[in-house]
Design a protein around this ligand. Structure first.
Ligand SMILES: Cc1ncc(COP(=O)(O)O)c(C=O)c1O
Length: 401
């Protein structure tokens, strides 16, 4: 009999990808499913970026690349991130690999020892706790409620830190809530961090240019506390801002000790991100600003329409997001009700029944560590969003006490 390792036995597939797969399966059976599950833009990768990849392939850039990324890309990332965050990075303080997800994984792998604690504010991106566990660490989940707009307060951080705390994970704008930390909130967190010099910060900035409040860039911990530079690992990637989810490109910037360890780790695992995607990324960074601006303008318009339509549904409480492309409505007041005789115990049952009966796929909040909410990705066509709203409203109207 095959005996799997403990870490493999404990693993569950990513719930967002699993739900998206179920929605696809139903659609494959000819059902008219509206899937609002996946965190991926629906606009195309920018034409100039696709063209750059094609010419890189034609120039023969199809072999192994350096395991920390091609020098031109690291240089451009160092330049742009330095200017965005107001601290200086050298190209040797940049590492590039196949996707932001692998970058987050590698940060945890090189920083955590068995028994270390990783503070994860909830609601959280689904992969943080299992990744911390795979690194031998214990995820310490800190529940952040509606009263603080799902953000961790300085008091909560202070309380959560112990002698074992190794990393605090910050993700702003947040997946799943779309909330953004303000400069003031970050200043309070920074003050706590200054009192605890062992604690590192993984700042997952993957949505930091997809702001919905008119700002160009989300406020950053390093904007208000550049003195923490040595302890902050900045994580970002091509997937969201450049609509390149399938290209698999992510990067980290930070102190050379951590970045070198990550490069070694990645050289023994992933080897490298493909060279032609990296070459195309250089073009995206150098020439893609107008494309990003246009995509963000479009995103803002759609967020307004999507938010208004969701809010119009009776019995839903919807916080207005300030970044990313998710809405995070509360369905708390419907929990405990019944749909066609079936008890809606929690967000999981809500999402299940909604998918089974109305063919609308959403992710239950419980997967993000916050019961009573749903995550709905609004980067679908206006017509599909409208259709989803009609079905959701009908579903809610059929709930009985
Ligand atoms: C918060 C957050 N971080 C990181 C990632 C990783 O993205 P990728 O691996 O596509 O770069 C995602 C993707 O969903 C995300 O939502």
């Amino acid at each position: 009999m095959i005996e799997l390792a403990k870490r493999a036995k404990a693993l569950k597939p990513s719930p967002t990808l699993a739900l998206a797969a179920k929605a696809k399966e139903l659609a494959g059976q000819g059902k008219d499913v509206v899937s609002l599950t996946v965190g991926e833009p629906d606009w195309d990768t920018f034409a100039r970026v696709k063209q750059a990849a094609i010419s890189a392939i034609e120039r023969g850039q199809t072999k192994y690349a350096p395991s920390n990324g091609i020098p031109e890309l690291r240089a451009e990332l160092a330049k742009q991130t330095s200017s965005q965050l107001g601290v200086t990075y050298d190209p040797t303080e940049v590492v590039v690999t196949a996707g932001g997800k692998m970058i987050v994984f590698a940060v945890l792998q090189v920083l955590c020892d068995e028994g270390d604690e990783v503070i994860v504010p909830a609601p959280f991106w689904v992969s943080y706790p299992p990744m911390a566990e795979l690194a031998g660490a214990t995820p310490v989940i800190v529940s952040c409620g509606r009263e603080s707009r799902f953000k961790m307060t300085a008091e909560q951080l202070e309380k959560a830190i112990t002698a074992k705390t190794k990393i605090l994970i910050l993700n702003s704008p947040s997946n799943p809530t779309g909330e953004m930390y303000s400069r003031e909130e970050l200043t309070h967190l920074a003050k706590v961090l200054e009192r605890h010099p062992r604690v590192m910060v993984l700042s997952d900035d993957i949505y930091n240019r997809l702001t919905l409040d008119g700002s160009e860039l989300a406020p950053h911990l390093l904007h208000v506390a550049p003195q923490l530079r040595e302890r902050v690992i900045v994580v970002n990637g091509a997937s969201k801002t450049y609509s390149m989810t399938g290209w698999r490109l992510g990067w980290a910037l930070g102190d050379r000790t951590v970045i070198s360890a990550m490069s070694n780790y990645l050289s023994q695992s992933v080897s490298c991100a493909s060279p032609f995607t990296q070459s195309a990324m250089v073009v995206a960074l150098k020439e893609g600003d107008s494309d990003v601006t246009q995509a963000v303008t479009n995103l803002r318009q759609r967020s307004e329409t999507a938010y208004a339509a969701l809010r119009a549904i009776e019995g839903l409480d919807v916080p207005k997001p300030s970044g990313a492309f998710y809405l995070w409505p509360s369905v708390e007041k419907h929990l405990g009700k019944k749909y066609r005789g079936q008890l809606i115990k929690g967000s999981k049952e809500f999402a299940e029944q909604l998918l089974n009966h109305e063919l609308v796929a959403v992710v239950p909040g419980v997967e993000f560590g916050a019961e009573g909410y749903l995550r709905m990705s609004f980067v679908v066509s206006e017509e599909r969003w409208k259709e989803a709203m009609t079905r959701l409203a009908r579903f809610i109207s059929e709930l009985t006490t």
